[in-house]
Write a protein that binds this ligand. Sequence first.
Ligand code: HEM
Length: 141
Amino acid sequence: MDKTLLEHSLSLVDLPDDGLTVRFYDILFTRYPEVEPMFSRETRQQAAMLRTAIISVVDHLDDTAWLSANLGALGRRHAGMGVTEPMYAAVAECMIAAMAEIGGDRWTVEMTEGWSEALTAVASLMLAGYPAEDQTASGAA
Ligand code: HEM
């Protein structure tokens, strides 16, 4: 993964007051209204936590042990909340849509590709933390 590209592109779109992740939740709840009832915290509070999580991941891109341990634990908590595998693709799509919208003309195809790769890797590490029976998240276990 290209840490420089991810850091640079994040700095382009990381608006004050958690503006990026607030916009992300707007897009997520518009495109996937079925996930909104899963959230109990206020959007602003959730947005602040998600922004912190994204920055921590980018800061630890070279630290595979940190990534596995922390994203595995985060994934285990998400399993308990009923978050299924397809929802990770929806989240990645909406996060990249928010980034591209805020980045405007400065947002490039390479940035979209870099974030797509990074968010796919994050989802894999989170899903790896799911209890075995939830791994497929098919509900058939
Ligand atoms: C890039 C992947 C994701 C990251 C980095 C992430 C990050 C976080 C963080 C940091 C929290 C705060 C609570 C905690 O630390 O356990 C959280 C809570 C939560 N996340 Fe995620 N998440 C991701 C994907 C998803 C997906 C795909 C869904 C499904 C829609 C989801 C739904 C939730 C819900 C429902 C909560 C609890 C909200 C509440 O209690 O109000 N997350 N997430």
